[in-house]
Design a protein around this ligand. Sequence first.
Ligand code: ZN
Length: 346
Amino acid sequence: MKAVRFHEYGGPGVLKLEEFDTPKLGRDDVLITVRACALNHVDLDIRDGSSRLPISLPHTLGLEYAGVVDSIGSEVSGIKVGDRVTALHQVHCGECNWCQQGQEESCANTQLFGVQLPGGYASHVVAPSRAIIPLPDNLSFEDAAAAQVTFSSAWHALKARANLQVNETVLVNAAGSGIGIAALQVARLLGGRVIVSAGSDEKISRAIANGAVAGVNYNTHDLAQAVLELTDGHGVNVVMESVGGDVLVKSIQALSQNGRLVTVGAHAGETVPVDVISLFRRQTSLLGSVRATVTEIQHVLNLVGDGTFKTEIHQRFPLHEAADAHEVLAKRANFGKVILVPELDS
Ligand SMILES: [Zn+2]
């Protein structure tokens, strides 16, 4: 098999396409021929050593991928060679209290592809059978790979965590990112009225074309002030936050009385000052959200398959150009997901 691996932390240049023996399958394992693998920004943090995630070197990245079952272990049932499948990006233990309650996103024993487990930047991936989800017939490999993390994370954050209600106003930050594009669609499906923010006018225009009612460029405008103006001084009920730093601070100021901010990422700054007086007087809720339940993941994949949700694919690369693909994400030049397609190598 082939896989993109790195043997030391560093820039995109440490990513090398290498060939080695396909690992032996355990009794409960499934070998998947990868047809598409989506990049996530955390891949860059893992590669350069800043992620704080536990990995061992050499390492293969790739949280989310889809493909065809190549072979199965002796005790695997319900899955057969040739099936079109994706794997849960989070392989939960299935035994802890959280897993028993169907809150797999909170499982402390979770292993992620591309973190603890070799990921999808490869021609093949070995996955335990409990991680396998059959693809709906109408869901393509690329859409399945591109949709899982973004749509399920947005769904979990906006519905389960922020409890978004019909007719509430939502600010979706980073409208051009994978999570932003998904959150706009999820918020609208849940009945929200969506204002977006992004660091470029072009990304805002695209989000407005996709159903946002207004947008703010946070590089050229004061985000809080602009959102208050757009909401007649009331502020928004919910913020979907994935940027961090100053955007997070301004987003708290953009909330209405009883507003909820749910955060799923903080690449632009992990530690921020918070005005506690304003927090209690305005009854602000600051919420964290991580991953999604298995039920939520299956639900959003069905909604992508039936066309309710639409993925945006920015660009496709062969495995041997994984470093170039990382450069695109590093420059934040993408609107939508960047995908690795192993078939493009041959
Ligand atoms: Zn568990």
